[in-house]
Design a protein around this ligand. Structure first.
Ligand code: PHE
Ligand code: ZN
Length: 863
């Protein structure tokens, strides 16, 4: 593509010149030549500026078009068509032909292993027919599907075989159609107001036994949204379809959610505990979109976080309610730091609400989703739980049926709570992760915490204004007792101090009320627990000794900060091992021995506490402190620390390994899953001592996928498990989802100097069907996740990933572009590695079928 595509700007928004009263679609399905007839009733939009009539359309063969029944000859370009229209209500009709079989981008109408399905978000509907393919154009749809397949599905309520009416006005990106030889696993749900809803999960014959968990998660989601947000479902039927070829996790099409099969199908034998938890979260997420996304949608794609940030926040609340809040919060923060902080601190940093894009598919990011969810969490913390529910009620009342903006969203909070949120709004427009520097002072019985915030420059934005940062703080006394419960400090200035005085009831934030209640006794300096619950998405920087971290790890009452103390300690140990070639610190090893064996703690929590910071985390920390990270050195430090942990903890871990066995039939419930997580964490360390004996035995005895992969992972991590790899393949080669795991584990756990070679041989394997996004992600993404392997000094990892991205880019730009983020951290590394990565990115940018998606990503990364 030689012509540079023009960016789209938020500032350029104008409303579409027409309103649509009704859309009628008729599909005549054929793999190579599907005919789509459309009939659209339009009338002039009194609130829109004058404009030429333009309908989007790409890769469509126009057969004919009519206005008010009269044939016309529109002017058709690569992106759409224009024609003259009456200055009054009119009916547009057209017939187009499309080729679903040829659609490898998996956007629009495509085929996945013989079944028809669609993906229209963000701009795929324009590959189905000519239409104003933008989220602010909402209309009711009637659909008729003609085809040979027994199951013909679309949005809304069924009217007859292959005929569907969706009464709720929706934007085109929520349109969906599925046709195939499918089986339903069904149930029903009675809403709070007594309406029966039919629930179906549609799968290929043979997969019926993997739907129970998804159905159950769906019912729990429906109930939860009624109980917690007061939102009922609004159609007679809710359909979910599992498809094997899908670019993302799942899609919230109205009444017809389409799922990547890996995000909905599960049985104990084929899915791990982590798979079950993810399925529960994604089912909930897509269901929750019915209100936050579908009933209230986005005015334009810049507002993507309006639906995604809020819906992620809601699914996180749900998962916390279903499982453990503490454990979920830790997992969410791990994910935020692993993906979003990485993005926010590199060349792809962008605001939660971007202001320009070339290809919107490149903005379905951790920043829009995960940081977007953090902003909702901060808002809730600032206005309180009651303020939050009042604001949400007002949001649903005021905006039901609207295509809304972030301004609308913040306005409901202002109107419901009386707060001024103009400063808070900066969180939506300022990219970059704020650094929060903290220092303490203790004088005359007054304890003071001082904070300074600053956010490093991001592409296109050098200067940052101070943001509102809710800092949840608790204070602990010398004996470990909590002397001040969690108190939220609101930081609004670049620098700000908060003082605390000792009162008869313990420590309190200093202020007029506090003065009355000062206690007589001379207080001792308390120990602060700062940013409890991870109350803001910032990087906390402070001088803190390993002893204080150890103290917090033992005594903090906030489970997140308890975990965080252990994590900070591990990070500290790794960094000193790397920069000062020291041996692992005994304080850390002792602290871990204590946590591991502390049966008062939730096993899932203990498992998380035993984990080490990722190699990527350590690389970023070194880079932040002005050093050049060496991936091999980071890897080696992690290995030595694991060896030291294993040696030191062996006496404690062996009984834990035995005690955490879950007798009886497998259950995906959080309790058992937590035990298995701790058991497998222990196994990973014990395998370094027993040469893999326990892991081999576990593999042998395993009757569920969690144990099977847990055992195999432990073996691969000590460079063993050859027989088990073969046995796993023999057992599972007929199962697409399980085979993805087989590909992924081998690459992501290979030793750094072998990773590229392992990936290379697996890519030659007859089962490496690289056109399937899950399989591609398992292998190529597996290598990118193997930090030291990807960054191996030979450059073989870079080359392997780049070659495959080029190959995929010409077939499936969206998935290829998303995976190019493997290179986003390139500027952290030494000159040789930078040169090699730059060269590979330039090679990608120069390939002759470079997509707009990939072109934009590479440009942003190299700029
Ligand atoms: N809207 C989907 C979700 O978050 C994600 C998605 C985006 C799926 C684009 C497909 C294409 O739930
Ligand atoms: Zn979503």
């Amino acid at each position: 593509m030689s012509d540079t595509p023009q960016p789209i700007l938020l500032a350029d928004y104008t409303a579409f010149g027409w309103l649509i009263d009704q859309v009628e679609l008729e599909f005549h399905l054929a793999p190579r030549a599907t005919r789509v007839l459309s009939k659209i009733s339009l009338r002039p939009n009194p609130d829109a500026p004058a404009q030429d009539f333009f309908l989007h359309g790409e890769e469509l063969r126009l057969i004919w078009a009519k206005i008010n029944g009269e044939r016309i000859t529109p002017e058709v370009s690569k992106t759409g068509l224009t024609c003259a229209v009456p200055d009054a209500p009119f009916v547009w009709e057209a017939e187009v032909e499309i080729d679903p079989q040829d659609n490898t981008a998996l956007e629009g109408l495509y085929m996945s292993r013989g079944m028809y399905c669609t993906q229209c978000e963000a701009e795929g509907f324009r590959k189905i027919t000519f239409y104003p393919d933008r989220p602010d154009v909402m209309a009711p749809f009637k659909v008729r599907i003609f085809g040979e397949d027994p199951v013909l599905l679309s949005n809304g309520n069924p009217v007859a075989q292959g005929e569907w009416h969706d009464p709720w006005p929706k934007p085109a990106y929520l349109f969906a159609l599925v046709a195939g030889d499918l089986r339903a696993v069904s149930s029903s749900f009675t809403t709070a107001s007594g309406k029966d809803v039919e629930l179906n999960i549609w799968v290929r014959p043979g997969d019926e036994d993997r739907c129970d968990y998804g159905l159950d998660a769906l019912k729990r989601s429906m109930k939860w949204d009624e109980d917690v947000y007061g939102r009922e479902y609004d159609l007679d039927v809710f359909n979910i379809v599992a498809v094997d070829d899908f670019n993302m996790g799942a899609m919230e099409n109205k009444g017809l959610n389409i799922f990547n099969s890996k995000c909905v199908l599960a049985s104990p034998e084929t899915a791990t505990d982590a798979d079950f938890a993810r399925i529960e979260a994604i089912i909930a997420h897509e269901y929750f979109h019915n209100w936050t996304g579908n009933r209230i949608t986005c005015r334009d794609w810049f507002q993507l976080c309006l639906k995604e940030g809020l819906t992620v926040f809601r699914d996180q609340q749900f998962s916390g309610d279903m499982r453990s809040h503490a454990v979920h919060r830790i997992q969410d923060v791990l994910m935020l730091r692993g993906r979003q902080f990485r993005e926010d601190n590199g060349p792809l940093a962008h605001p939660v609400r971007p202001e320009s894009y070339v290809e919107i598919n490149n903005f379905y990011t951790a920043t829009v989703y995960e940081k977007g969810a953090e902003l909702i969490g901060m808002l809730k913390r600032l206005v309180g739980d009651d303020g939050y529910s009042q604001a949400l009620d007002l949001y649903f009342d005021r905006h039901d049926g609207d295509a809304a903006t972030i301004e609308d969203w913040l306005k409901v909070f202002e109107d419901a709570t009386g707060r001024d949120l103009s400063q808070f709004k900066r969180w939506y427009s300022q990219p970059g992760t704020p650094r929060l520097h903290m220092s303490e002072a203790f004088e005359d019985g007054t304890y003071t915490l001082s904070f300074a915030q600053d956010t490093p420059p991001t592409p296109g934005q050098d200067v940052k204004d101070p943001q509102v940062i809710p800092i949840a703080v608790g204070l602990l006394g010398a004996n470990g007792n909590e002397v001040m419960p969690t108190t939220v400090l609101e930081m609004t200035e670049a620098k700000q101090s908060f003082s605390f005085r000792n009162s008869v009831e313990g420590w309190v934030l200093d202020g007029p009320a506090a003065a009355e209640r000062i206690s007589g006794a001379a207080p001792e300096k308390p120990t602060p627990s700062v940013l409890r619950h991870f109350s803001a998405p910032v990087i906390l920087e402070r001088d803190i000794t390993p002893e204080t971290l150890g103290f917090l790890l033992s005594h903090d009452t906030d489970p997140f900060n308890k975990w965080e103390a252990g994590r900070a300690l591990a990070k500290h140990v790794l960094l000193t091992m790397i920069t000062q070639s020291t041996q692992p610190d005994a304080l850390y090893l002792d602290a871990m021995a204590q946590v591991a064996a502390d049966s008062a703690l939730d096993p899932a929590f203990r498992a998380l506490a035993l984990g080490l910071p990722s190699q990527d985390d350590i690389a970023q920390a070194l880079f932040d402190s002005g050093q050049t990270p060496d991936p091999q050195v980071i890897y080696d430090a992690g290995q030595s620390l694991r060896d030291a942990l294993a040696a030191h903890l062996e006496p404690a871990l062996a009984p834990i390994y035995d005690a955490m066995a879950c007798p009886g039939p497998y259950s995906p419930e959080a309790g058992d899953a937590g035990k298995r997580a701790l058991r497998h964490g222990a196994l990973g360390l014990l395998s370094r001592c027993d040469g893999g004996a326990r892991a081999e035995a576990l593999y042998q005895a395993a009757d569920n996928m969690t144990d099977q992969t847990g055992a195999l992972t432990s073996l691969l991590a000590i460079a063993k498990g050859g027989d088990q790899v073969q046995a796993f393949y023999d057992q599972w080669h007929g199962d697409r989802l399980v085979l993805d795991k087989w590909f992924g584990m081998q690459v992501s756990l290979a030793k750094p100097d072998q990773a590229a070679q392992v990936a290379h041989s697996l890519a030659e394997h007859p089962d490496f069907d690289w056109t399937n996004p899950n399989r591609f992600r398992a292998l190529i993404g597996g290598l990118a996740m193997n930090t030291a392997g990807f960054h191996h000094e030979s450059g073989a990892g870079y080359q392997f990933v780049a070659d495959w991205l080029i190959r995929l880019d010409s077939k499936n730009p969206q998935t290829a572009a998303r995976m190019s983020t493997a290179f986003e951290t390139w500027r952290r590394f030494d000159a040789d590695r930078q040169d090699m990565m730059r060269e590979q990115m330039q090679k990608i940018a120069a390939h002759d079928k470079l997509s707009r998606d990939m072109g934009e990503m590479i440009t942003r990364m190299l700029d």
